[in-house]
Design a protein around this ligand. Structure first.
Ligand SMILES: NC(=O)c1ccc[n+]([C@@H]2O[C@H](COP(=O)([O-])OP(=O)(O)OC[C@H]3O[C@@H](n4cnc5c(N)ncnc54)[C@H](O)[C@@H]3O)[C@@H](O)[C@H]2O)c1
Length: 391
C-alpha cells in the first residue's frame, strides 16, 4: 500500500533550470534512485522537525514558456547538471508533472485581480484533484526588477481597493504570493523579487494565518560570505573592503544581464555583509553574463582586512558551482520545512529559515552559525507541535 501524498509543491517558473533540477531530484530521491547529498533537511539536528519526505510531494507549477519538462531535463543532463540516465528513467513521472504545469502570470496579460483569481483557482483545483492536505508555492521564476513604491503596497485594504479598481500595481511574483494566500497555500520566494515582502501582501498572509519565507536562495558566494564574515569578527580582524565578481550563464545569467533585474540581485547579495560584520564596509558586487559558462558560475571575492597594529592583509577565494545543483536541494528543503510549518499552524514570515536566504524576511541575522542555531531551534518547535506565529 502506498503512503498518501500530503503536500503539493507548486513551482513558479516550473520549466526553468532550478525547478527542473528540483523536480528531477525529488522524483529520483523519492524513488531511491539518487543519493540525498546536499539536502539540509536530512541533517540529524533537524530530525525533531518530523519533515515530510520527498515521496510525499505532488509536483506541479506554472510557467510562461520554456520547453516541456522531459526535454528540459534531457538538456540539463547533456550539460552535466543531472546524471545522464535520469531523464529516461523518470520520463513518465516528468511527463505527469508537465501535465500539471499551468500557464503563468505574464505582465500585461489581463487584469491583475483576474490573474490572481486564475492562479488561486489552479491551486485549489490541484488540491481537490490530488487530495493533498496542503499546497506550498515556491517561486523560482526569472528575477524581476525592483518595484517602484506605490501607496497600494502599504496595506492589504489599500491593495485590495486598487486591485478591485482594475489597477496594475503588483509584479507577477507578488500576484503569485497573493494567489497562494487566497488559496490557503504557503509561499516561499527563492528569488530576489518582491513576492510576499510588500507590506500589503505580507498582511494578507497574516490575515489568512499562513506562513511564508524568502528571499533569494543563498547558494554560492553569499553562503561563503555568511560563513566567513563571523570568522573575521570573532577573530577581531577588521574587514576594510570586500569586492565580489560573479560570472554566470544560463537563463539566470541572461535575465540578470538586464540592468534592472541585475539590480534586484546585487542589492540582495549586498544586504547581509554589513549586518554580519556589525559595521559598514565598502563591498561592491558585480555580475556578468557569460553564456559560455551555461549552468556553471564562478565567483571571485577579494577581501582586504587589517590585523594587529593595523597591518594590512588580503584573502581571496574562488567559488565554482553548478547553480541549479546547489539551489535545487534547498528548494526541496524549504518546501519540506514550510509544509511542516504550515501543518503546525505557523504564520507570517519564517525568520528562522534565514539560513537558506541571502536576504531573510523576518530576521536581521546574516551570520551562518547563528542562522543554523535558529534553524535547529525551529526544527525542535516544529516537532514539539507548539503553534507558532510570526516565527
Ligand atoms: N541557481 C541558483 O543558485 C539561484 C540562487 C538564488 C536564486 N536563484 C533564482 O532562481 C530563479 C530561477 O533560476 P533559473 O536558473 O532556474 O532560471 P531560468 O531562467 O532557467 O528559469 C526561470 C523560469 O521562470 C519562467 N518565468 C519567467 N517569468 C515567469 C512568470 N511570470 N511566471 C511563471 N514563470 C515565469 C521562465 O519561463 C523560466 O522557465 C532566478 O530568479 C534566480 O535568480 C537561483
Amino acid at each position: 500500500m502506498t503512503t498518501p501524498s500530503t503536500t503539493a509543491l507548486w513551482l513558479v517558473g516550473a520549466r526553468g533550470s532550478v525547478a527542473t533540477t528540483a523536480a528531477v531530484g525529488a522524483l529520483a530521491v523519492g524513488a531511491g534512485l539518487a543519493a540525498r547529498t546536499g539536502l539540509v533537511g536530512d541533517a540529524p539536528e533537524l530530525a525533531p522537525a518530523g519533515l515530510p519526505d520527498l515521496d510525499r510531494f505532488v509536483l506541479a507549477g506554472s510557467d510562461i514558456g520554456g520547453v516541456a519538462l522531459p526535454k528540459r531535463a534531457a538538456l540539463l543532463a547533456e550539460d552535466g547538471v543531472i546524471p545522464a540516465h535520469l531523464p529516461a528513467v523518470l520520463a513518465d513521472a516528468l511527463a505527469e508533472v508537465e501535465a500539471r504545469i499551468r500557464p503563468g502570470i505574464a505582465p500585461g496579460h489581463g487584469a491583475a485581480a483576474e490573474q490572481v483569481r486564475r492562479v488561486r483557482d489552479d491551486l485549489v483545483d490541484l488540491q481537490q484533484r490530488t487530495g493533498v492536505e496542503r499546497v506550498v508555492v515556491v517561486n523560482v521564476a526569472s528575477t524581476e526588477p525592483p518595484v517602484a513604491d506605490d501607496p497600494a503596497h502599504a496595506s492589504w485594504p489599500a491593495l485590495r481597493r486598487a486591485l478591485e479598481a482594475g489597477e496594475d500595481v503588483l509584479p507577477p511574483s507578488a500576484l503569485y504570493a497573493l494567489a497562494a494566500f487566497e488559496a490557503g497555500a504557503s509561499f516561499v520566494d527563492f528569488t530576489p523579487s518582491a513576492g510576499a515582502r510588500l507590506p500589503a501582501v505580507a498582511q494578507r498572509a497574516e490575515e489568512a494565518g499562513l506562513p511564508w519565507a524568502g528571499s533569494d536562495g543563498k547558494t554560492g558566494e553569499t553562503l561563503v560570505k555568511a560563513a566567513l564574515a563571523p570568522m573575521f569578527t570573532t577573530r577581531q580582524l577588521r574587514v576594510r573592503s570586500w569586492a565580489g565578481v560573479n560570472l554566470l550563464g544560463g537563463g539566470d545569467g541572461a535575465t540578470l544581464a538586464d540592468p534592472s533585474a541585475g539590480l534586484s540581485k546585487t542589492r540582495s547579495k549586498s544586504r547581509g555583509l554589513q549586518a554580519a560584520l556589525g559595521y559598514p564596509v565598502d563591498a561592491p558586487v558585480h555580475i556578468d553574463n557569460v553564456p559560455d559558462l551555461g549552468e556553471w558560475k564562478t565567483a571571485w571575492d577579494h577581501i582586504s582586512f587589517e590585523g594587529f597594529l593595523g597591518t594590512r592583509m588580503t584573502m581571496q577565494f574562488t567559488w565554482q558551482g553548478c547553480d541549479s545543483a546547489l539551489a535545487a536541494p534547498l528548494v526541496l528543503d524549504l518546501a519540506r520545512l514550510t509544509a511542516r510549518a504550515h501543518e503546525r499552524g505557523f504564520s507570517g514570515p519564517l525568520g528562522a529559515l534565514g539560513f537558506f536566504f541571502k536576504d531573510p524576511a523576518g530576521s536581521g541575522e546574516h551570520r551562518l552559525p547563528q542562522q543554523w542555531d535558529a534553524l535547529v531551534a525551529f526544527a525542535a518547535d516544529l516537532g514539539a507541535g507548539q503553534l507558532g506565529a510570526g516565527r
